[in-house]
Design a protein around this ligand. Structure first.
Ligand SMILES: Nc1ncnc2c1ncn2[C@@H]1O[C@H](COP(=O)(O)OP(=O)(O)OP(=O)(O)O)[C@@H](O)[C@H]1O
Ligand SMILES: O=C(O)C1=C[C@@H](O)[C@@H](O)[C@H](O)C1
Ligand SMILES: [Mg+2]
Length: 165
């Protein structure tokens, strides 16, 4: 079964997942990169040229492709938007929610030019999205790690502890 990392944009899924895969000697698949390769387009261009609804459909198809691979899979921040995705994830034991306070995330995300939903939203709009999504991440995941005051290495240690216990 895959190890899934979920959580809001900027929480560190891609960064942490890459290192976790190296340590666990597992391949790492970042769903955003997987989609970009498959489509031959950047996420922000898929959003602007084809729209978010289309992106979400590709994302669901990608999740279906990846449900059985032996790998660390770092999901896109919006993976919990679709019920179909939430049902797939909820059936897996090794789904981690990386939590981080909005204040810390905002410092990381402000000014980002690659994430279309950061471009599109004001700070208040993003906070609303964060608050709406939080219970969804919690519903699909089996383990939550509060990364707010953790370094990347500390988050990885906690992930590893949970994987071996
Ligand atoms: N303590 C920390 N934990 C995780 N990331 C951190 C930390 N401190 C700084 N960062 C930085 O925050 C950024 C997190 O971005 P990353 O792309 O890994 O997030 P993501 O969860 O994959 O976002 P997205 O959902 O948009 O793909 C990286 O640039 C990382 O270096
Ligand atoms: O939170 C989101 O909805 C997104 C997060 C990114 O990982 C990308 O999947 C895309 O920018 C959408
Ligand atoms: Mg990412």
């Amino acid at each position: 079964m895959p190890i899934f990392l979920t959580g809001f944009m900027g929480v560190g899924k891609t960064t942490v997942g890459k290192r976790l895969g190296e340590l666990q000697q597992l391949p790492v698949i970042d769903m955003d990169h997987y989609i970009e390769e498959k489509e031959g387009m950047k996420i922000k261009d898929i959003f602007s040229e084809k729209g978010e609804w289309h992106f979400r459909s590709i994302e669901t198809a990608a999740l279906k492709d990846l449900m059985k691979v032996e790998a660390v899979i770092t999901t896109g921040g919006g993976i919990i938007e679709r019920l179909e995705n939430r049902e797939m994830l909820a059936a897996v034991q090794t789904v981690f929610h990386l939590f981080c306070s909005f204040e810390v995330l905002w410092e990381r995300l402000e000014g980002d030019s690659e994430r279309p939903l950061v471009q599109k939203n004001s700070m208040d709009g993003l906070l609303e999205l964060y608050n709406r999504r939080l219970p969804l991440y919690r519903n699909v995941s089996k383990i939550e790690i509060d990364t707010t005051y953790k370094t990347i290495d500390e988050t990885i240690s906690e992930l590893k502890r949970n994987l071996t216990s």
